[in-house]
Design a protein around this ligand. Structure first.
Ligand code: FAD
Length: 704
């Protein structure tokens, strides 16, 4: 079939961190080998497609961000189709398949995909393929790979049905001139039979395409089998059956980046060029306090940033982003292994390879022009990312040792799916781990740029009030620690929290003083930040409205900002009336990780905080009747007050913290309370909670 006669489908993606885009590109790439043409667009490019007039099938890949929000690039379309005046057959002509991406650690898993799907259905659009919901928590590829595999047959069914319909209408030549498609159930029986055999034929053709064009390889290396037979499998070692199995490895992804080193001198780009969301401010740390005792399981630090010389502004409840570098030691090791230590300071010219077979290949947005090699590895690429199977497949080609090559092939093969999950994904293996484990693997820099994702800025909730501490902004974080494991003999700290902890180390040991005896700053390095305003997680506009806050662990952070703000308002406006404030806090041990204990006591004494309820999950109970362990248990104890604030007093309820389970536990408790107090069943109570969420009176700021 000539290129221009390829059957077309519209492929829309809405991405926040680039995953939906990468998947759309993968679909586009594969479409070609299936004799189809994906007309791919970012969902925000609404001038490039028109769903109202679309006649070809539509494939949508959409991720979810924040608390179940659509990516910024999807907002315009979603807003447009939310229009209540649209008739129920508005999209009756549309056939679509939708792949939602999300993370089940967050509440409202895949909410953007689900919302869009629901609305398209309401407007009469029809599925030509089941919706897929992929979970980043367990590995997107578990759903994404089979979903894409099945997509081709589903698309071909749609095209065949169209052709059937055209043939039935005596218009056999109009293959590319789409008519409205018919659901399978609406096809007459005799046509279905014929259709099934055509689909069967296509399946075979499809398999033909796979074995030639996609270069699915059958590999069998007996020499490796004997030595592996009676040992345990590991990252580098396989046992039967996989070690003896023929393998289906994915097609080699086409290379598309070319790099050239330029030995010129100059400055690295500014960090602002790394983001598209506004300006980056590099601000000094003016205070660092360890909030937990040495024997606490997690170490929580509070940092105070000086924003007085900037135009950075925030409200209590906002989050902001820190642009963090990769660990310098890891960058140096990577440079060494790649044989590029001498070239760290060289500028790298990154271009798209001429004549590359990769569809829609573009210059990676996250690599600013005129960056040095060190800058790219330090600020642009997530070198700790878990390598995807396509990356492993590409690494096979750069590995000289036959045994290592075979193991890498196994790990990216269909037969090695469970080994991939166990030894790569669940072990959080990163590129450096792989390069250490497979010493004959020497990838080139262009491969790293092609396969490593963007190093993402990390978000933090503000823990201060700009009224209470003008020119300052505080935040609190736990230092993320990963213990040593078989694939990595040394323990690790999180990229951002590890960097911040090392950065402020001198402050922690100098009595929290930012200046040394001579008045010089102890820290030269600054923290690059940018705003990530949260439009809803704010104090009620009317101070007389009562509210409850639930924030275990570092989840207390925004509430300290709320209380500081409230305290200042109370001092400045003695004539205002202020509603009651409740705080439910929880931690492991009263004397090890009770964050802001003294500050909370002061807020209580001043009346800024009306009720403080605290629980300790790991302290042995002194009383005979065990006290509540978790914040959700504590919330249940105050059922009457919760119900009164939510149902009678028009109050607000805030939940913040690390972990979906806590947030789900709290919302379950609130549903039970509402159901009990209203004398209604759970379903009714859930509806009330949904209404409260919609009215922005039940608000969550939850991360994992
Ligand atoms: P990373 O290096 O990114 O590691 C974090 C995660 O990666 C781990 O939890 C784990 O799932 C995985 N991981 C990576 N490597 C390994 C490995 N070797 N072994 C096991 N797992 C691994 N955090 C706070 O502490 N305080 C806040 O106020 C706060 N507010 C937030 C607000 C929002 C809106 C969001 C989205 C997040 C917030 N976070 C907050 C979380 C914060 O953004 C970071 O995710 C967190 O600090 C960890 O960053 P990191 O770079 O140190 O860790």
């Amino acid at each position: 079939m000539g290129c221009d006669l390829k059957r077309r489908f519209l492929l829309l993606y809405a991405t926040q961190k680039g995953q939906a885009k990468a998947i759309a590109e993968e679909i586009q790439q594969q479409a070609d080998t299936h004799g189809l043409k994906a007309d791919v667009h970012c969902m925000s490019e609404m001038d490039k497609y028109n769903l109202e007039a679309e006649e070809d099938p539509v494939v949508i890949v959409i991720s979810t961000t924040g608390t179940g929000d659509p990516p910024d690039t999807a907002r315009k379309l979603i807003k447009k189709i939310q229009d209540k005046s649209l008739p129920p057959d508005h999209f009756a002509h549309l056939q679509y398949g939708l792949l939602g991406l999300g993370d089940s650690e967050y509440t409202f898993f895949c909410n953007a995909g689900k919302t869009l799907d629901r609305r398209l259905q309401e407007l009469g659009a029809q599925h030509f393929y089941n919706t897929g919901l992929a979970d980043d928590c367990v590995g997107l590829e578990l759903v994404v790979d089979p979903w894409i595999d099945g997509l081709w047959l589903a698309l071909k069914e749609v095209f065949l049905l169209k052709k059937e319909k055209e043939d039935m209408n005596g218009n056999a030549s109009a293959v590319t001139n789409s008519l409205s498609a018919v659901p399978l159930s609406a096809v007459p029986c005799e046509h279905k039979l014929e259709l099934t055999s055509k689909i069967q034929q296509l399946k075979l053709e499809d398999e033909g395409v796979r074995s030639s064009d996609v270069q699915s390889q059958k590999l069998f290396d007996v020499s490796l089998v004997t030595s592996a037979q009676d040992t345990e499998p590991s990252l580098v070692h396989s046992v039967p059956p996989i070690s003896q199995s023929a393998l289906n490895v994915p097609a080699l992804p086409p290379e598309y980046i070319e790099v050239q080193f330029q030995d010129t001198h100059g400055e690295d780009p500014s960090l602002t060029s790394l983001i598209s969301e506004g300006a980056v401010f590099e601000v000094p740390v003016t205070k660092a306090v360890q909030l937990t005792r040495e024997d606490a399981i997690k170490t929580a630090l509070l940092l105070e940033l000086d924003i007085s010389d900037t135009t950075f502004d925030y409200q209590p409840g906002d989050s902001f982003c820190v642009i963090c570098p990769n660990n310098a030691g890891e960058v140096a090791e990577l440079l060494h292994i790649l044989g590029l230590s001498e070239k760290g300071e060289h500028f790298v010219c990154v271009t798209v390879k001429q004549g590359t077979k990769k569809k829609g290949a573009t210059h990676p947005q996250h690599i600013p022009e005129r960056s040095t090699l060190k800058f790219i590895l330090t600020w642009c690429l997530e070198i700790r990312a878990i390598p995807k199977k396509a990356f492993l497949r590409a690494l096979v080609e750069c590995t000289s040792d036959a045994g290592e090559k075979r193991r890498l092939q196994e790990l990216c093969s269909r037969q090695g799916a469970s080994d991939y999950t166990r030894f790569i994904r669940e072990s959080n293996v990163c590129l450096l781990d792989l390069l250490r484990a497979f010493p004959s693997c020497r990838p080139s820099l262009n491969l790293l740029i092609e396969h490593l994702p963007k190093l993402q800025p990390r978000s933090y909730s503000v823990s201060s009030s700009n009224l209470f501490q003008p020119g300052k902004m505080c935040f609190v974080f736990n230092i993320v620690e990963f213990p040593a494991c078989p694939t990595r003999p040394v323990s690790w700290k999180g990229v951002c929290t590890g960097w911040l902890a090392a950065l402020v180390e001198p402050l922690l040991h100098t009595n929290k003083n930012i200046q040394d005896a001579k008045g010089g700053r102890l820290l030269n390095e600054k923290v690059p930040i940018f705003a990530r305003p949260n439009c809803t997680f704010h104090l009620p506009a009317d101070p007389s409205i009562p509210f409850m806050m639930v924030g275990p662990g570092t989840g207390i952070s925004p509430f300290i900002g709320f209380l500081q703000h409230r305290q200042k308002l109370r001092e400045e406006h003695k004539d205002w009336s202020f509603g009651e404030t409740w705080l439910f806090f929880g931690c492991r041990h009263q004397d090890r990780d009770y964050l802001f204990k003294d500050e909370l006591r002061c807020f209580l004494e001043s009346g800024t905080l009306t009720h403080l309820k605290v629980c300790f999950s790991r302290d042995l109970p002194a009383a005979e009747v065990a006290p509540p362990k978790y914040v959700q248990d504590m919330v249940r104890l105050y059922a009457k007050e919760v119900a009164s604030i939510l149902l009678k007093e028009g109050g607000s309820f805030y939940v913040c913290g690390d972990g979906k389970h806590m947030a789900d536990g709290v919302s379950d408790a609130v549903v039970d309370i509402l159901s009990m107090e209203m004398g209604a069943d759970r379903l009714e109570a859930m509806k009330v909670l949904a209404t409260l969420r919609e009215a922005k009176r039940y608000l969550q700021d939850v991360w994992s």
